[in-house]
Write a protein that binds this ligand. Sequence first.
Ligand code: FES
Ligand code: FES
Length: 155
Amino acid sequence: MITLTVNGVLHSLDVDPETPLLWVLNEHLNLTGTKYGCGTGECGACTVIIDGNAELSCSITAEEAQHSEITTIEGLKGETADALGRAWVEEDVSQCGYCQPGQIMTAAVLLTHNPEPDDGTIDAQMSGVLCRCGTYQNIRKAIHLASRELCHGKK
Ligand code: FES
Ligand code: FES
């Protein structure tokens, strides 16, 4: 048995310990907001937060994820998440939407560690999450908008 804490809930699961965390989230816990893009650590669509860091859930086994706090897009809460949600809508970021959970999870970690990132920091942090729809410019604007709200109360 594998034991995982996901979005604050402890789950005991009868899965092969070598199963990628992404598969466990999607297929065993029905948390389908975390997306499969490449399965090989190249696209960032599967990004979740593990112990405060943005991690690729396709590249971590269920066994490796034990004893950690795992947050998926379904469980992302708090003022940073709220500010990002508002900013994403304001800047009309999402196009097809497929990459967006990975983008938002990565942005949430960025703003948690660096509340006022400059363009270079945003681009560096976000570069691991690919977007076929080319929403990068709007993602950058939305992160700045969320940052301003969080740091200065401006929307
Ligand atoms: Fe994990 Fe692409 S699905 S990096
Ligand atoms: Fe379509 Fe990013 S919004 S892949």
